[in-house]
Design a protein around this ligand. Structure first.
Ligand SMILES: *Cc1c(COP(=O)(O)O)cnc(C)c1O
Length: 376
């Protein structure tokens, strides 16, 4: 926890859970990306945390933005980004949203099939498109499904069709899975990307850009490689597959940009047992899966948790949220070690919660308000 967040929480009086994001950490993270991948443009993935203060800071530092909807595009514009710094990176778009984005000046769109190319040709004539390819997400703690992307063999046809319809076939994108702890994960996808570049060139289409996606990790319980290691591994993989004809590259960090900039403060609502001789306590917090901790789904993301009693003896707990939904359990398969002395009313800090918390929090499940957010 940063000194600024500590000071903020010390003086906070409002009731209820909240996330506090320290902009100094976001600034450091942006600079670390820019330094580790000096020839790559950064497109911040807005969905990770769209707080206006974060978008404004990143816009002022020179970041570009990966938006998934017209509203995210509008947020990036409101933060000071010009339309040429915004990519409409969702492969699933309504044609009228494509038209709206085009009207707003956006010229860069993701596709992964012919039908989407046709929509863009109609609604955003002349735009640049890149084709997303499926990618094996081994090594990612929050893998992405087969929902986005096509097999590499299909991408060449998709891009050729874009070219035929008057669009600029611009490049290839992929996402190696979020919280990707293997720095070599980009290698296979870059091999596919270079094949697509070659096949397109044989058809007279000269692609220019590889979108390396997100996947850069935040620090949770386990140590993760530093951003420099990712930069080195990606540069080596690019050289291996593209030789000295390196394409333009962009990255779309979300979690890696804001994850470790935020902390959630929550309160213990109840500590109980299911039977007299149960040795695992149930600890219920005033935040759960519907209050912003959706990434505990399948216990994928294990956040570091701090209490004021951390020196005391520890014992395993099932950790759960406050709503009346039985899915609202954070950690049960692998119980969480917490101090035996933990009591009702204790404040608990959940670290690494700057990404994918406010955006996942429900509007009013059971009347609990959405996660309060402070950006300092
Ligand atoms: C969500 C998303 C990202 C961000 O991924 P992280 O793993 O959080 O860095 C990047 N690109 C696209 C297209 C996304 O959908």
């Amino acid at each position: 926890m940063t000194a600024r967040i500590r000071e903020f929480l010390r003086t906070r009086r409002e009731d209820g859970p909240c996330v506090v994001v320290d902009l100094d950490v976001v600034r450091d993270n942006y600079r670390a990306f820019a330094h580790a991948l000096p020839d790559t443009r950064v497109f911040y993935a807005v969905k990770a945390n769209p707080a206006p203060e974060i978008l404004r800071l990143l816009a002022s530092l020179g970041s570009c933005f990966d938006a998934a909807s017209v509203v995210e595009i509008e947020m990036a514009l409101a933060a000071g980004a010009t339309a040429d710094r915004i990519s409409f990176g969702n492969t699933i778009k309504k044609e009228r949203d494509i038209a709206r984005a085009h009207q707003l000046g956006v010229r860069l769109f993701a596709v992964d099939c012919l039908a989407e190319v046709e929509k863009i040709a109609r609604a955003a004539p002349g735009a640049k498109v890149f084709c997303r390819i499926l990618c094996d997400c081994d090594g990612a703690e929050w893998p992405l499904s087969r929902k986005f992307g096509c097999v590499p063999e299909m991408a060449t046809d998709v891009l050729e069709q874009a070219h035929r319809l008057g669009l600029e076939a611009y490049g290839v994108s992929f996402h190696v899975g979020s919280q990707q702890t293997n720095t070599e994960a980009w290698d296979i996808a870059l091999a596919s990307a270079s094949t697509i570049f070659r096949e397109c060139a044989e058809r007279g289409i000269h692609l220019r850009m590889v979108n390396l996606g997100g996947g850069f990790p935040a620090r949770y319980l386990k140590p993760v490689p530093g951003v420099e290691s990712y930069g080195d591994a990606i540069f080596r993989a690019l050289s291996r597959h593209f030789g000295n004809r390196l394409p333009e590259t962009i990255i779309e960090p979300g979690r890696g940009m804001v994850g470790d900039a935020g902390i959630i403060e929550t309160e213990v609502v109840l500590v109980s047992k299911k039977s007299e001789n149960d040795d695992v306590r149930w600890v219920y917090l005033d935040i759960g899966k519907f209050g912003g901790l959706a990434e505990t789904m399948d216990e994928s993301i294990r956040y570091p948790i701090r209490t004021t009693r951390d020196g005391d003896e520890m014992a395993p707990c099932v950790l759960a949220g406050p709503t009346c939904d039985s899915a609202d359990v954070l950690y049960e398969k692998v119980p969480y070690l917490l101090p035996v002395s933990l009591e009702i009313g204790d404040k608990v800090l959940i670290e690494g919660t700057g990404a994918y918390t406010t955006t996942y929090s429900a509007v009013a499940f059971n009347g609990f308000p959405p996660l309060k957010s402070y950006v300092i």
